[in-house]
Write a protein that binds this ligand. Structure first.
Ligand code: HEC
Length: 111
């Protein structure tokens, strides 16, 4: 019974580690995120504040940002001109970091 308990605990631990990994919980620093975000400014304006007709992305709620980027990546946004190709360049962890960056979630250091 004791043995079974440890085996179960080990299985649960592996399961938790596996799911964290699957969610792309890779650590991305503020510095890395700001490098990733640098290219966005060419079209979205300084700090992503918008440069008409390109929409502002600064201040977007992280969930909406992540949903939009993953939809672009999956080519699910009708009428999108360029973002599908751009979104393909970012994995889940990078999109999450960009979402946090543009939402200003880095203790005021982001836009
Ligand atoms: C070459 C210009 C260009 C670059 C570079 C660019 N974008 Fe975009 N972005 C657009 C355009 C244009 C749209 C409107 C959708 C479309 O036509 O693809 C858009 C739309 C978006 C939207 C949806 C905004 C909304 O309100 O629905 C998000 C989010 C976004 N971009 C994020 C990013 C991020 C993050 C980067 C940098 C990694 C980036 N964009 C780089 C041109 C660009």
């Amino acid at each position: 019974m004791r043995r079974t308990g440890w085996a179960l605990a080990a299985l649960v631990a592996v399961g938790i580690a596996g799911s964290v990994f699957a969610q792309g919980a890779r650590e991305i620093s503020f510095e890395e995120a700001s490098v990733l975000a640098g290219g966005c400014a060419n079209c979205h304006g300084p700090d992503g504040r918008g440069m008409p007709p390109v929409p502002a992305i600064a201040g977007m709620a992280p969930n909406a940002f992540i949903a939009r980027m993953t939809d672009f990546r999956a080519d699910l946004v009708p009428g999108a001109t360029i973002m599908q190709r751009i979104a393909l360049g970012f994995d889940d962890a990078e999109i999450a970091a960009l979402a946090r960056y543009f939402a200003g979630g880095w203790t005021g250091a982001a836009p």
